[in-house]
Design a protein around this ligand. Sequence first.
Ligand code: PNS
Length: 159
Amino acid sequence: MKSAVCPGSFDPITYGHLDIVARASARFDQVIVAVLENRTKSSLFTVDERIEMIRDTTKSLGNVVVDSWYGLLVDYCTANNIGTIVKGLRAVTDFDYELQMAQINYQAAKVETMFMATSPTHSFLSSSIVKELAHFGGDVSTMVPPIVHDALRIRLAGE
Ligand code: PNS
């Protein structure tokens, strides 16, 4: 069985992430969406809240499972016998960091990274932009699924 992991902080999941997950699910037998910590970012949602939103928004994809991991991505891959990481590339600005990660993960455990070109309709999208827009009352309804939209509204109202 060919499995791939789509890793990320998913704080929260956006239509851009979902596009990559859906396309990966069409190419692999199983796709694991893994919520990991990005130590350069502070989070709005707990890991459990993020998992719940991802589970809800990927439930129509029969071969997608959701998991979380505290530690290195490469250790998650090794522990779960996963040989491929799938990541979306939005623009050339993503490339330096992603290339470095891909090289580190290959050198550490021969885990391959496959990059998918983000759909142009989502190339400007990021969780950080969504949070910033939502924080100041901007309309993010075309950027995130309704369940995420509601969660953002509730969380930001409580800030
Ligand atoms: O959605 P993000 O924030 O761009 O995802 C980045 C993430 C979480 C995939 C990345 O930070 C990560 O892999 N974190 C786990 C720790 C790790 O393996 N770091 C890379 C080697 S230093």
